[in-house]
Design a protein around this ligand. Structure first.
Ligand code: FMN
Ligand code: NAG
Ligand code: NAG
Length: 493
């Protein structure tokens, strides 16, 4: 490959000619500027420079080779010509480094909230903003966990609980307890290795991972990180270009994924203001230029999701069934009515989910919808041994899992806590997050007087208050403690 000097690359730093270095290779992205899903502005920011650090969290390594013609790659950077840039450490970065040094020992982490608290201190500001944010006023985000507080347990005693069996099956595949790692985009924002860490931890804990379309790692890397026989499911964002979706689905199936979870709650991305605000801090707008308002990129989330098809509808299910033999699960159901429609359209299951409170604010929590969804499905004649109902959102305690199972869920999805475990302590962190939940769940089963999953029944939970939203906005002390206030714009110095 041709060697190119850094000073040559630096000359191509404009819209007329835009070169950049990514992973040691030099690319000419001039013709791609207008097409870049994240906008051309961010590309121009790195024109003539090395963009690897910014590229990595947002893109799988193989994306350029997959989607751009080979001639965009001009050659390799001549490493001897690179002049190291001296970066000034900001006070925020200094504080973050200190927090990393003084992080508690992993054995001191006693519950999932602990991981969130440490993650807030050790994550880069943009990563924290992307992971933690919810839509609008974040009412649904808080409600997701709070709703579990309105369900009370009815324990039974004097049952022989010497041996408790937590194991179950998801779509026929073994799981050590009724929980899976759900799909979350951009794993490399939290850890340089990204989603493969979750894949490895899922294997250690014998649970299933749902691989995201928008992973920072490529599908190959995630599949490669799994062991023979490890079960992986695939989460799909449906592209407006159905040919691309078809190719993704066929590839996922060919690589051995066992189920297709189609995300349907994001025809437009919600407003996640923490995330949007973060972009303004990193890349302050030109105050003199009103036009800037329209062309600004709007945070990591919106930048990576422009391709999602708002035209997706029930009629499309037939087509998906024609291109794959994987069972189809609809992720993002938020009503009893749609639960029944998913069954009527021949899907094999649903995830009741509001996307972790990141989409429609004041959409109800999954746990609140669950009892009515189960009742409606039964009334419509669905066989709940064949049509599986999952929920996600706000699962933070073993008792939350118990309540979901009691109300008819087959399993629950875990989102942010896996990201926080990964961001704070890597693979060991994710494993500990899962182990803590497992231990809590086992304890709750024992204290509830059950020894297997099939013994967990609706009469064990009191949901009389579940639908009551008496308080104006549910208060969540943890969330209040970590809420990010708007700060004055930082100066460029
Ligand atoms: C940072 C982040 C990224 C996410 N990315 C996706 C995604 O790419 N696809 C998807 O279907 N859901 C995505 N979700 C939603 C999760 O799959 C899940 O519904 C939600 O996180 C569950 O709530 P929890 O975080 O309270 O556990 C994301 C959630 C978070 C927090
Ligand atoms: C309780 O269960 C354990 C294990 O399942 C069994 O070994 C034990 O004999 C049981 N005790 C009684 C009193 O039945
Ligand atoms: C697959 O994994 C092996 C060892 O874990 C590694 O050496 C190899 O580079 C990986 N391949 C890909 C495509 O990630």
């Amino acid at each position: 490959m041709k060697l190119i000097s850094a000073s040559d690359v630096a000359k191509h730093d404009s819209q007329k000619s835009c070169w950049m270095i990514i992973h040691g290779k030099v690319y000419d992205l001039t013709n791609f500027l207008e097409e870049h899903p994240g906008g051309k502005k961010i590309l121009l920011k790195y024109a003539g420079k090395d963009a690897t650090e910014a590229f990595d969290p947002i893109h799988p390594k193989d994306i350029i080779a997959k989607y751009l013609p080979p001639e965009v790659c001009l050659g390799e950077i001549d490493v001897s010509t690179i002049v190291a840039e001296k970066k000034e450490e900001t006070p925020e970065e200094k504080a973050r480094q200190l927090a990393i040094q003084n992080k508690p020992h992993i054995s001191e982490m006693l519950n999932l909230h602990d991981f969130e608290a440490v993650a807030k201190q050790v994550l880069r500001a943009d990563a924290w903003a992307y992971y933690s944010s919810g839509a609008d006023d974040e009412i649904t985000l808080r409600e997701n966990h709070n709703a579990f507080h309105r369900i009370w347990l009815k324990p039974r005693v004097m049952v022989n609980v010497t041996h408790v069996d937590m194991s179950t099956k998801l779509l026929g595949y073994d799981s050590s307890f009724p929980l899976y790692i759900t799909a979350c985009a951009l794993g490399k924002l939290g850890h340089p290795e990204g989603e493969v860490i979750l894949t490895r931890a899922a294997n250690k804990q014998k649970i299933i991972q749902l691989l995201p379309t928008l992973a920072s790692c490529s599908l190959d890397e995630m599949v490669n990180a799994s062991v023979v026989g490890q079960i992986l499911f695939y989460q799909l964002y449906v592209n407006s270009d159905r040919k691309i979706s078809e190719q993704i689905v066929r590839t996922a199936e060919a690589k051995g994924c066992k189920a297709l979870f189609i995300t349907v709650d994001a025809p437009q991305l919600g407003r996640r203001e923490k995330d949007m605000r973060q972009k303004f801090v990193i890349n302050p707008p030109d105050m003199q230029d009103d036009k800037d308002l329209k062309t600004r990129d709007e945070g990591a989330a919106r930048a990576i999701s422009k391709f999602i098809d708002p035209g997706l509808c029930w009629e499309d299910i037939k087509w998906f069934k024609s291109i794959t033999r994987m069972p189809i699960i609809i992720k993002g159901i938020q009503s009893a009515e749609d639960s029944v429609l998913a069954w009527q359209h021949g899907c094999q299951g649903i995830v009741i989910s509001n996307h972790g409170g990141r989409q429609l604010d004041t959409s109800p929590s999954a746990i609140e919808i669950l009892p009515s969804a189960i009742a409606a499905l039964k009334a419509a004649g669905a066989d709940l041994n064949k049509f599986e109902v999952y929920i996600d959102g706000g699962i933070r305690r073993g008792s939350d899992i118990f309540k979901a199972i009691a109300l008819g869920a087959k399993a629950v999805g875990l989102g942010r806590p896996t990201l926080y475990g990964m961001s704070t302590y890597g693979e060991a962190g994710v494993e500990r997050v899962l182990q803590l939940l497992k231990d809590e769940f086992e304890m709750v089963m024992r204290l509830m007087g059950v020894t297997s999953i099939d013994q967990i029944t609706p009469d064990m939970v009191d949901i009389r208050n579940l639908g009551n939203h008496i308080s104006t906005v549910p208060r969540d002390y943890l969330s209040s403690g970590v809420y990010d206030k708007m700060l004055p714009r930082r100066s460029k110095l």
